[in-house]
Design a protein around this ligand. Sequence first.
Ligand SMILES: Nc1ncnc2c1ncn2[C@@H]1O[C@H](COP(=O)(O)OP(=O)(O)OP(=O)(O)O)[C@@H](O)[C@H]1O
Ligand SMILES: [Mg+2]
Length: 367
Amino acid sequence: MKVVLQNLTKKFPNRNKGVRSDVIAVNNFDMEIPDGKLVSLLGPSGCGKSTALNLLSGLLKPSSGKIFFGEDDVTDLPAENRGVGLVFQNYALYPHLTVRQNIMFPLENLKGAAKLTKAQMQEKALEAAKLVQIHELMDRKPNELSGGQQQRVAITRALVKMPRLLLLDEPLSNLDARLRLQTREELRRIQNETGITTIFVTHDQEEAMSISDMIIVMKEGVIQQTGRPQDVYDSPVNLFVAKFLGTPPINVFAGEVKDGSLYIGQDKVCTVKGAANKPVWVGIRPEGFELDENGTLSCSLVGVEVMGRDITVISNNAASESGAIRAIISAENRVDTSAPVVRFNVKSNKIFLFDKETEARLDCEIG
Ligand SMILES: Nc1ncnc2c1ncn2[C@@H]1O[C@H](COP(=O)(O)OP(=O)(O)OP(=O)(O)O)[C@@H](O)[C@H]1O
Ligand SMILES: [Mg+2]
């Protein structure tokens, strides 16, 4: 089922004394979430991700705007009638109930024609548990499970009614790094198998990039960019998005466009077509550097980190706005670590220019 948001806004009254302005947690969302896809809502803490999810679930009422599930306007539909499965940021299982009873819980309150017999409930619970591969744990209590298993029970409980829409609020946040990786692959598999439109909230860009069909990058309640993860990474609309995606993060320099060339400090780094003469922010991805003894960008060498397949060359440049520069190059390169200076050429598709005031990406051709 596709989901459409129209000018969706949620304001909370500001409780600070003397402050009159409201907090706009979700600001004028206008977008379509395609049917059957896994979409990530990505942004820093406090940007409005949980609020957006709770508007979709019906737990919060919007201040203005509309929500459509398919063609149906659900803006005023109560949460229990929306057919939504929700895993909360702090997923809570009922400690006194077994895994089976926890999973069956959402089925117990079905009314009228939807009402199920005990046997039907048990069957549905088992079916959902098999999908998530926790069917062998059905008689245990939550405190007899690992964190990852508990997390999967919470996901199963959200799935058991076969919702039209699955909403997951940072469902992997309490897991260690390895389990996190495993569970996110599981989630991708379950989503593929069920085809349920899923919205996954995270502040972890790597997690979002790795499992999503589409990402929505948010900042302070406002959508910055939506698109396929690779497209957003390769073509960020502004400096915020460029900085938010990628590990190690993009290197940012103060630069200047002058008569068709880009300067970083005194170095004439590359040619630029279609940009006016003015100071700019320059973003260069870590993988955008090539070692070259006659390279156009010179930096003072700090050191080299060897990581097997790649090496990271760490260097300084007075124009850097993001601290030490991290350049990732193939381990086949040899770097003379005793040299005071390292010179790079920059790959044109890995360098972006941004307006100094608005921080919007400049539309220009880099050579
Ligand atoms: N009930 C509320 N009353 C007032 N302000 C609220 C309320 N709920 C959230 N906010 C504010 O709205 C903004 C967005 O909060 P939200 O919980 O949606 O952020 P988030 O992106 O989910 O953050 P996190 O990654 O930390 O979970 C924050 O500034 C928060 O303080
Ligand atoms: Mg949140």
